[in-house]
Design a protein around this ligand. Structure first.
Ligand SMILES: [Zn+2]
Length: 439
């Protein structure tokens, strides 16, 4: 978050040169811990994934190509290591990088079998490995369709969307491998996609840009929910792209993070101001300022029936009508994920207060998803402020921090009723469409 700088939704306008070797892997950005489920060797997971993705495209390609048949990859599949680098791609010599990529000239897919793929599998599970392969195969589909004259960020999101479309097909039981995909496995894969995001501050028009995690997960979910035909229609005019570069030196130096105390103070003031404006729109009633208090570990203020999140580390108290949070745990979240993880958590509590005050539920999957949408509507307001002087605005990376916090606070593995996948979709609905989407 920042004080003065404006951030707006970009419609990626400029057409940039397509960089062929796309898909960088390891970044040193913070990630959410994930549960590994590595029962097969990575090489076998890759092999099964590619074989099933071929099956999927053989069946699906004619539906997006006016009936033309699908031609599988002709140049082969190439695992590589530091001692056996990937094949040359056109005029470019093959050099080792912790990557996976599709080479259009040679029509092959290659991947780092030494580090990237085994690490992704052990950290985030087998499904993420398959998603990476489905993404690369998506680039092969783009070349077969002859639709590569698009900004890189559009092509990357389209490949993510195609990967989601394959997942949906596998989930529907059409796959020989990857049967019985669970919401928890998908949430693990989403957590992995956070690690594969661009570094915060990458411009959407940068030739290597893949999109921030918020946008990439949107594209992936679009594929899961709407299938390959929807993905095939992507272009720079119909994608909401939220990735923006750092435009202030301070942002670039700090990663866009305010100091902790200042972040909490800014977030609480802004949430108050937002709900003072939005609550009357929602209910026709005025908003009463909400008391927000930190507490030391083990000395939470008394509350008869707290509406708690983060295992009780933060809650809204309906009886006393106040918010309280464990200051040390909130600071730990800040240090792990960034200032807008704090924004996501406090925004969640404000949305709970809104639900209680207007007599609606926060419980079960439906209650949680309404809370997430209301929380997102505040982010929508932050994104719409443009160049107003002294406005609190989001900085690059903030939306990804929110997504990371959603996955950290409520994943399918933790049995909250709503999966991380569904919570991110509900939050994004509020972010992209505003308060009226949440009623
Ligand atoms: Zn790619």
């Amino acid at each position: 978050m920042t004080g003065h700088r404006a951030k707006t939704l970009l419609g990626a306008g400029a057409v940039v040169l397509v960089v062929l070797a796309g898909c960088s892997g390891g970044t040193d950005t913070p990630t959410v811990a994930a549960s590994p489920a590595a029962s097969l060797p990575p090489a076998e997971v890759v092999e099964r994934a590619l074989s099933d993705i071929e099956r999927y495209w053989t069946a699906t390609y004619p539906t997006i190509s006016d009936g033309k048949p699908f031609q599988p990859i002709q140049g082969g599949y190439h695992p590589y290591t530091q001692s056996t680098p990937p094949p040359a791609c056109g005029g470019e010599e093959g050099v080792y990088q912790p990557n996976a990529f599709y080479c259009p000239v040679g029509d092959f897919i290659a991947w780092d079998a030494e580090k990237l793929i085994p690490e992704l599998q052990s950290n985030f599970g087998q499904l993420l490995v398959a998603v990476v392969m489905a993404h690369e195969y998506g680039h092969a589909v783009q070349h077969r369709l002859g639709v590569t004259d698009q900004p890189t960020v559009v092509l990357e999101q389209q490949a993510d969307c195609y990967a989601g479309a394959w997942i949906a097909d596998a989930k529907a039981g059409h796959a020989g491998s990857f049967t019985g995909i669970t919401p928890a496995q998908i949430d693990d894969a989403l957590a992995g996609m956070l690690q594969l995001r661009d570094q915060p501050g990458t411009s959407a028009t940068n030739p290597g840009a893949h999109g921030n995690a918020f946008d990439r997960i949107r594209a992936f979910q679009d594929g899961v929910e709407n299938g390959a035909t929807k993905c095939a229609g992507y272009n720079s005019d119909n994608l909401p792209i939220t990735e923006v570069p750092f435009t202030r030196d301070r942002d670039a130096a700090t990663g866009g993070n305010l100091p902790y105390e200042e972040a909490v103070d800014t977030i609480v003031k802004d949430a108050e101001a937002y709900w003072a404006k939005a609550y009357p729109q929602l209910t026709g009633k005025p908003w009463t300022p909400l008391k927000v208090q930190p507490f030391e570990p083990g000395s939470a203020p008394v509350c008869a029936d707290p509406d708690a999140i983060a295992n009780g580390a933060a809650f809204y108290c309906p009886d006393g009508d106040f918010i309280a949070y464990d200051d040390q745990k909130l600071q730990a979240l800040y240090e792990q994920l960034g200032d807008n993880a704090v924004g996501l958590l406090l925004g969640d509590l404000y949305a709970r207060a809104v639900q209680h005050r207007r007599g609606q539920s926060t419980e079960g999957s439906a209650g949680q998803l309404t809370v997430d949408c209301l929380n997102g509507s505040w982010t929508n307001d932050l994104l719409k402020r443009g160049n107003q002087p002294d406005a609190t605005t989001l900085s690059p990376g903030d939306l990804d921090e929110a997504v990371a916090a959603l996955l950290a606070l409520g994943r399918a593995t933790k049995g909250t009723g709503a999966s991380g996948f569904d919570r991110i979709a509900a939050y994004r609905n509020g972010v992209l469409n505003g308060l009226s989407a949440c009623k």
